[in-house]
Design a protein around this ligand. Structure first.
Ligand code: SF4
Ligand code: SF4
Length: 513
């Protein structure tokens, strides 16, 4: 019996190793195109992809599919990849290097803006021609690898969490949105309507997710494209002001962050092995709140500045003056702040109130200086320079290089937690005006700490559970992993009435217990 068992174990180990070798060989074959330009790019693409996909799927099946259901995170703190060991750092450096190349040195990957590309980018030409009718760019290469990673690791995630229906449906949802809405549809629409400007190819045109949605060129394209342009402009505004607030009211920010968003999709699937690395310190929580709201103010000021110059230079918009625009924004901020302080005062902690108040005052001060000085540029800085800084600092360096490159060091949701302005808006609404909360049955909690360990947003879930307090945190993306890993069924993601949702009055906040 013992011999049979050890024979089976050896067989499984051999199969695991075999599948790992197959997948890694496919990856190395693809990477070889960085050094040797391929003779037959289609053959190289198909062969390397087939090897990577089949090797990874076989490996995941062996590790997760053939064992008993139940979440297995055994040994994550002893593994050099998942515990910031040598392999974790090596992967972090490699990912960061890849992002730096994509954003600033695409020629390293073989991209040639003036002619035929070579190397790694060239390998993706056949797929790019088939989908959008053009040669591949570094962005097409990136989109393809990004989508492949989400699909492959999505399958792994489903195997790993296969006893949990919420996790399965949620993962299928992010895989679907990434494959169809973020990758295939924009590419195919590009091929079918090569003349149509970009706005008509991107169905998730919503500010501040797409921070160029309110840019001069983007607005002009939409305004000058007849009914189609007006449809996309109206749809984008409806997403911002109607659809997103309604969905967040009913379901919390999870409808977007954990079910639709591409950044969230990568974090949940490929980033799953690193979720435990998010810091749970209170100091980091404080930093997170400042950081994410400062980014939100930055993109808001930038967008207002861009709209200001749009209104100044566009004669067709003469019915709406710059002063009316600034006045409207100041009134909007004042009304929101007044509502917050008089209607929702109990829902905000003291430092959250101070930070909101100071950010609101900064915004109003900037806008007032603007209106009274008659200065052409908001903050006396050219709006396009502001936007360039945002694109470089936040859009590229933060969301890409740091956000994904640092998965193995800082955890998988660095961008969502500290930088994403969309998450900041949805989070404010989730805290103040949403039916979503995680309820905790404190009497059942055995304080094992699994929930806090695997919360990718750094929330000390156990501290809430021990007190039987609802979790109503603006940063919670509703991934449900805390609930999935809890051995006692303490945590439940629920949508219910607003009354008594925040029940922390009798408890000290934070993880000091
Ligand atoms: S508290 Fe739970 S549901 Fe919210 S982000 Fe953390 S693990 Fe996900
Ligand atoms: S995982 Fe469950 S039992 Fe363990 S600390 Fe969290 S709520 Fe308590």
């Amino acid at each position: 019996m013992g011999t049979l068992k050890s024979k089976i174990n050896i067989m499984i180990l051999t199969q695991k190793k075999g599948s790992l070798i197959l997948g890694s060989s496919g990856f190395l074959l693809l990477l070889s195109s960085l050094f040797f330009s391929p003779q037959d790019e289609l053959l190289l693409l198909v062969a390397s992809m087939l090897m990577m996909v089949s090797g990874s799927l076989l490996y995941f099946k062996k590790v997760y599919g053939s064992s008993l259901a139940g979440i297995k995170n055994d040994g994550v703190w002893f593994n050099a990849l998942t515990a910031k060991g040598i392999w974790g750092w090596a992967l972090g450096i490699a990912l960061t290097g890849f992002y730096v190349a994509i954003y600033w040195f695409p020629e390293v990957l073989g991209f040639n803006p003036n002619g035929t590309s070579t190397g790694l980018v060239q390998v993706f030409d056949p797929l790019s021609y088939a989908l959008n009718g053009n040669a591949a760019t570094q962005w097409f290469l990136y989109g393809t690898l990004y989508t492949t990673a989400i699909l492959l690791f999505g399958v792994k995630f489903i195997w790993k969490y296969r006893h949990n229906r919420y996790q399965i449906i949620r993962t299928i949802s992010v895989m679907f949105f990434q494959l169809c809405f973020a990758f295939l549809i924009p590419e195919i629409l590009g091929k079918l309507n090569p003349e149509t400007p970009y706005f008509a190819k991107d169905l998730k045109n919503m500010w501040p997710l797409n921070y160029y949605f309110l840019d001069q060129w983007h607005l002009k394209n939409m305004l000058n494209s007849g009914n189609l342009g007006l449809f996309f402009l109206t749809f984008g505004l409806a997403l911002m002001f109607i659809i997103s607030p309604i969905l967040t009211y009913f379901y919390g920010k999870r409808w977007y962050c954990s079910w639709v968003c591409g950044c969230g999709a990568l974090a949940e699937t490929a980033g799953d092995p690193f979720r435990q690395l998010s810091s749970k310190k209170i100091s980091v929580w404080k930093f997170e709140r400042w950081m994410i709201h400062v980014v939100l103010v930055f993109i808001s000021v930038t967008t207002i500045a861009v709209l200001w110059s749009f209104l100044s230079s566009n004669s067709t918009m003469s019915w709406f003056s710059r002063e009316q625009f600034i006045g409207g924004i100041v009134i909007f901020i004042l009304v929101v702040m007044a509502l917050l302080f008089f209607w929702k005062t109990g829902a905000l902690s003291k430092d959250a109130k101070y930070s909101l108040l100071s950010l609101g005052i900064i915004l109003i001060a900037v806008l007032s200086i603007q209106a009274f000085s008659g200065e052409k540029n908001i903050l006396f800085i050219n709006s396009y320079k502001l936007q360039k800084w945002y694109g470089f600092g936040i859009g590229a360096a933060f969301s890409g290089v740091l956000g994904v490159g640092f998965y193995p060091i800082l955890g998988s949701r660095v961008w969502c937690r500290f930088g994403c302005p969309m998450a900041a808006i949805l989070g404010l609404q989730q805290r103040l005006l949403s039916r979503f909360r995680i309820t905790t049955n404190g009497g059942q909690c055995i304080s094992c700490g699994n929930c806090s360990t695997y919360c990718e947003m750094g929330i000390d879930v156990r501290a809430y559970a021990q007190r039987g307090e609802n979790i109503v945190r603006s940063s919670c993306v509703g991934c449900g992993i805390c609930s999935a890993v809890c051995p006692r069924g303490v945590l439940k993601l629920e949508n219910d009435r607003l009354e008594n949702r925040i029940n922390s009055e009798n408890y000290p906040l934070g993880n000091t217990l």
